[in-house]
Structure formats: C-alpha cells, structure tokens
Ligand binder design. Structure first.
Ligand code: M6R
Length: 370
C-alpha cells in the first residue's frame, strides 16, 4: 500500500528511519555496547577465525558492501574484498576453506549472486547471507546470515535496502570485533551513531522541498551529471549515480575525487552539474581541494555540495550554487545519511521528467536470469 505517497519509491525513501530501526531492533544494544545477531551465533567462532572476507553482490547491494569495506577492514583487521557477482564468477575467483563469503542481496534471488553462492559452496568457503526477503534462495542456501528486516521493497530502485544493508554489514563488523580490546572506543562511537541514525535521517528528509526545487531547476535538463567524493563517500557517489540514472535516464557518473585529474576533469564545462560529498571526516581537506578544482573549471552555480551542518556558509563563500547541510555522524555511517538526499533528487527528477518512477524502462526488481 502506497498510503499518502504517490509512488512506492517515495514511500520507501520516507520509511528509512523506521526500516533502519527494524534492522537494528533487538540486535544493537546501546546500553551495554553489544550487538547480537542470532543468525550468526552458531558460526561465530568460524567467522572470527577466518582469514579473509569477500563480499559479493550486484548493483546497489554491491555498493552497500563497498560502503562498509574500510570499516570491516579496520574492525576485523582481515583482508576484505568486494566483488561484483558476475565478475567474481567470470574470474573463477580463487577461494579457500578459510574464506568467508558474504552474499548481499535484497531479493535473495539475483541469478549471478546465487550462482556465485553455489560456486563458493563448491569450494567449501563459509557462506553468509545479508538478505531482505525471508525464505529466498540465498537466505536458504547460505550457511548462516542476517536478515535486513527492512520490510517489503516494491520500487525497482533500491532505497531502504541500501541503508539497511549498510547497517547490517556494520553490525556484522561490530560483532566480529566484540572481543578486541583495542577496538572498544571505535565500536562505542559507532554503536552510539547507530542509535542516533533514524533521527538523523528524519532531519535529512526535511530537505525534501529544497531537493524537489533542485530537480525541477538546475538538474532537470542536464545531459550528464557528475557525482564526486572519496573515502567512505566513494560508494555513496556510485550509488547516487546509479539511483539518478536508473529512474531519470540522465547519464550520471560517480567519480572518486582522487581520480579527477586522471581523466574526468576533461568532462567539466559550464553546463555540467556537479554534486560533491564534502561532509566532515579525515578526508575533508582533500575533498575541499577537489571542490576548488571543480569550481575553477566548471560552473559554480551548477555545483551542489553535501556538507555537514554549519559548513554551508563556507561553501557558499567559495561560490558554490547550492549547499545541502546534513547531520554529522560517525564516518562509516555518514553514507547512510548522505544517500537520502540523492534518492530524493533521483525521485523528483523522474517525476519532473514524467517517467515511470517505480518501474523504469528495461529493468526488473529481481534479475533472475544471467
Ligand atoms: O535483489 P538484489 O539486491 O540482489 O538486486 C541486485 C541489483 O539488481 C539491485 O540492487 C539493483 O541494482 C537495484 N534495484 C538498483 O536500484
């Protein structure tokens, strides 16, 4: 039921404070600083003892894993790789018994991810599912797993699954590092951040009207849009670009800020809208440099900077046309906050361009053929 919302996509974007609460319910315990994941309990020893973690998924699910890689590496101190299901299969990626493969999928039925799971089982890796749909193939075949509990997602564009997938993977990293003394301060910061996340998202949703104005204004007739960030926000760039292109049909590219000078700067002209994630974390100085580089070559009026609350004036002072101030949170959770305005921009662009928001052309909700 769409209720008061005109489309499922909008409903699902607005559900995120609640869907994230669903993902954490009974699992994240801020009072004691603990995380419980019933679906992993029986295999916890094997998980903690593994030599390597490999995340596998397609599209948005792949981006969610990418968004968490740095944190998983930091908390587990294990090598972590993130693979596209199709590419993982194409390469017949070497796997060992001591490897853990985590399959990330909203539907639990995506053909490439399912095939990658069967491949991992043949090679005796320990398989973990991060799946929304209970009883789906991936949920049934994996050795253990975590359900997203985000509620049913109907719009073809994944929105609430993305934010819940990030929260679920972060909970796994917290669980795997529970006994590491050296990680306790960091774990505490993240657990407190998780508890405050639904309220932070509620605050971002209040930007809805401003985001609609952007979609009917500077972005509507763009031929191409560039989305730039680095560190934890690199995944946000890729996911924002996917969201915008799949529902608005405007070519949008996510670019790592460190790569700008290695080619993409040549794309910048007076027409191109540029979106930059410049929220505060330890890459802030570097991303400010990227903002300067883009301002010098492009049209400042067409630049949109997503920044931390209180930093808007600074970027406006540099000439940036639009600033979107969002609540600050732990670095690894900032992507959950930052993607929400991008989901809304994608939605309003699709509506402004008269497109079928919930069912974009040529796409299906679950890709069950390879
Ligand atoms: O159901 P899955 O998470 O396995 O689906 C994977 C992709 O097809 C999916 O994330 C797709 O990229 C999104 N619906 C795009 O918004």
């Amino acid at each position: 039921e769409r209720g008061r919302f005109e489309h499922f996509m909008l409903k699902e974007i607005f559900e995120q404070p609640e869907s994230i609460r669903g993902t954490m319910r009974g699992r994240v315990q801020p009072a004691t600083g603990t995380v419980l994941l019933g679906g992993l309990r029986e295999r916890l020893d094997d998980l903690v003892r593994s030599n390597r973690l490999i995340f596998v998924g397609c599209g948005t699910s792949y981006h969610a894993a990418l968004a968490c890689r740095q944190l998983v590496e930091q908390l587990t101190e294990l090598p972590v790789s993130v693979e596209l299901s199709s590419d993982f299969l194409d390469r017949a990626c070497p796997l060992f018994r001591s490897d853990v493969c985590v399959f990330v999928s909203q539907s639990g039925e995506t053909a490439d991810t399912l095939e990658a799971l069967r491949y991992a089982k043949r090679r005796h890796a320990l398989t973990v599912g991060v799946v929304n749909v209970v009883g789906s193939a991936i949920a049934r075949i994996t050795d253990c797993g975590v359900h997203l509990n985000a509620g049913c997602e109907i719009g073809v564009a994944s929105t609430k699954s993305y934010t819940s997938q990030i929260v679920a993977i972060i909970m796994i990293a917290l669980l795997l590092s529970a006994d590491r003394l050296s990680k306790q301060t960091r774990r505490r910061e993240i657990i407190d951040g998780l508890a405050a996340l639904p309220t932070a998202i509620e605050r971002v949703l209040m930007l809805n009207d401003k985001l609609r104005m952007l979609a009917v204004g500077v972005l509507r007739d763009a031929v191409s849009i560039l989305v730039c960030g680095r560190g934890y926000q690199y995944a946000t760039c890729l996911e924002a670009a996917l969201k915008i292109k799949e529902v608005s049909y405007i070519h949008t590219e996510g670019i790592h800020a460190g790569e700008l000078k290695h080619g993409p700067l040549a794309l910048i002209d007076q027409e191109m809208p540029m979106i930059v994630f410049a929220t505060r974390d330890n890459g802030y100085e570097a991303i400010c440099n990227a903002v300067h580089q883009l301002l010098a070559r492009g049209n400042p009026q067409r630049m949109i900077v997503v920044c931390s609350e209180g930093d808007g004036h600074f970027f406006q002072g540099l000439g940036v046309g639009t600033t979107l101030e969002v609540p600050h949170t732990a670095d690894c959770l900032q992507g959950v906050v930052n993607i929400v305005p991008m989901q809304l921009i994608a939605y309003h662009l699709a509506v402004a361009r008269g497109l079928n928001v919930d069912q974009p052309r040529n796409l299906a909700k679950s890709v069950t053929v390879q």
